[in-house]
Design a protein around this ligand. Structure first.
Ligand code: 2HG
Ligand code: ZN
Length: 482
């Protein structure tokens, strides 16, 4: 039984009332209009939904939610539909209603003295970054899907990404939040305060809740000064241990300069340069692994280039780095980032892949990569490990591409075997089975083993207190009770 089967199917009367409330541009019921909202980016899940609601504002959403709640109908929030774990896809029952906040897409206000931005859930992360930049500031959150991912989903999943090493996850940027709760009432916590000790920090409950507690409708985010200097380099290294030696050398110079520190395996880079149009390696030879490092500072007259060259020279001498290219222009910097950001797309083009979005203490990343590569090769001969990710914060995407020529479905049928093998190693290294993508529909089965006992029981109690009928994103996060 899927979770939604405990909810009621939407009746024609409910759909008519929703249509009257939201108007023609606020509801889709035609199956061809609804279909794109029922499949995830990875095409792992193919759900069905009775309708897609597209409210124009918080008041409208709140009324729509109240109507659905009264009718006992389940709701699935969806932003840019970029989830890697099926966290925004309705289940197969056809009872869910998808709710999409993309029409709520205004940057309401940027305060240059407070360094804050008040923003609606449907703004894409890229548009939010651009708005901050136009105001001379920076929204320090960057993920590969930022062109499509929307603020509501970014916050609901506590996105991490490339700049966590310096600025933390999405959670750290949230000062205030407005949320429509599962009964249609509105929690207005849109405060812009740095200090506000008034009991439980409710806003943090919704950040990372994966849409299981309500709809994030708008937020106040903490901004940073715009960097005055940025330098990026792609470095060839032998392995993850060398990558960490390089990380330590930059940190030793000045940890506050490191804006991103990303790892890529040779296998992953090879897929990018072969399968993504316009991507090419700007080094003379391919290497076993690569680091993309970005330094940035808002300080005037900081000679970042000197710091970069100085550290790299020392690392060449020590034999830690065998080759490197420094971006000489903004275009070159973006080309280096393309090599990193297209990893997910390249792996999609290479066939089926199993993703392990895991984290371990930074010091244990080399052991993770070594042990998991060996274990997966023993499991499925010909499997292609292509690990990459945010090594500076310990989050590695230990992704595995199917063996050449294998039937993709046959490979995907073994996803739990592969995920469990990697997870067992991650556990021994004191890590987490879900670092930044969330649990979604892919990993609830892992929750009892990893977060069982009092932890999962407390999460269930919180869920029951806020959403007693289990109407919010029912197939996500929690395994069926039993
Ligand atoms: C990234 O870091 C994203 O590019 C996607 O988190 C990771 O494809 C993936 O597993
Ligand atoms: Zn990532």
């Amino acid at each position: 039984m899927t979770a939604s089967q405990s909810s009621a199917p939407p009746t024609a009367d409910l759909l008519a009332r929703l249509a009257a409330l939201l108007g023609p541009s606020g509801i889709l019921t035609d199956s061809s209009d609804v279909a794109p909202y029922c499949t995830d980016w990875r095409a792992l899940y193919h759900g069905r939904a009775a309708a897609v609601l597209r409210p124009a504002g918080t008041a409208e959403l709140a009324q729509a939610v109240a109507l659905c709640a009264e009718a006992g109908v389940a709701m699935v929030p969806q932003g840019g539909n970029t989830s890697m774990v099926g966290g925004a896809t309705p289940d197969e029952s056809g009872r869910d209603i998808v709710v999409c906040l993309s029409r709520m897409n205004r940057v309401r206000r940027i305060d240059p003295l407070d360094h804050t931005m008040e923003i609606e859930a449907g703004v894409t992360l890229k548009a939010a970054q651009d708005a901050a930049r136009d105001a001379g500031l920076m929204l320090p959150l960057s993920i590969s899907s930022e062109g499509s991912a929307q603020i509501g989903g970014v916050l609901a999943t506590n996105a991490g990404g490339n700049n966590t090493v310096r600025y933390g996850n999405a959670r750290e940027l949230v000062l205030g939040l407005e949320v429509v709760l599962p009964d249609g009432s509105v929690f207005n916590g849109l405060r812009r305060l740095r200090k506000d000790n008034t009991g439980y920090a409710l806003r943090q409950l919704f950040v990372g809740s994966e849409g299981t507690l309500g709809f994030i409708t708008s937020a106040i985010l903490q901004l940073q000064p715009q960097p005055r200097a940025v330098e990026a380099a792609l470095c060839a290294v032998a392995d993850a241990s060398a990558a960490l030696a390089l990380f330590a050398a930059f940190r030793d110079q000045d940890p506050a300069l490191i804006q991103a520190f990303e790892y890529m395996s040779g296998a992953g880079m090879d897929l990018v340069t072969r399968l993504v149009p316009g991507a090419s390696l700007p080094l003379a030879e391919a290497a076993p692994a690569y680091v993309l490092v970005e330094l940035a500072t808002p300080r005037r007259n900081a000679d970042l280039r000197a710091v970069l060259e100085d550290v790299l020279a020392g690392m060449f001498e020590a034999g830690t780095v065998s080759d490197a290219v420094i971006a000489e222009s903004e275009g070159q910097r973006l080309a280096l980032w393309k090599l990193r950001e297209e990893h997910a797309e390249a792996q999609r083009r290479a066939g089926a892949s199993v993703k392990n979005d895991v984290s371990v203490p930074v010091s244990r990343v080399p052991e993770l990569i070594d042990r998991a590569s060996t274990a997966c090769a023993a499991l499925i001969p010909g499997i292609r490990p292509a690990p990459f990710g945010h090594i500076g914060d310990g989050n590695i995407h230990f992704n595995l591409v199917q063996p050449e020529g294998m039937d993709p479905a046959e490979f995907l049928a073994q996803d739990h075997r592969i995920m469990d093998t990697v997870a067992a190693i991650v556990r021994e290294l004191d890590g987490s089975f879900s670092a930044e993508h969330g649990v979604g529909r892919l990993k609830p089965y892992m929750m009892p083993g990893w977060r069982g006992g009092a932890e999962l029981a407390t999460m269930r109690r919180i869920k029951n207190a806020i959403d007693p009928r289990g109407l919010m994103n029912p197939a996500t996060l929690f395994p069926p009770a039993g």
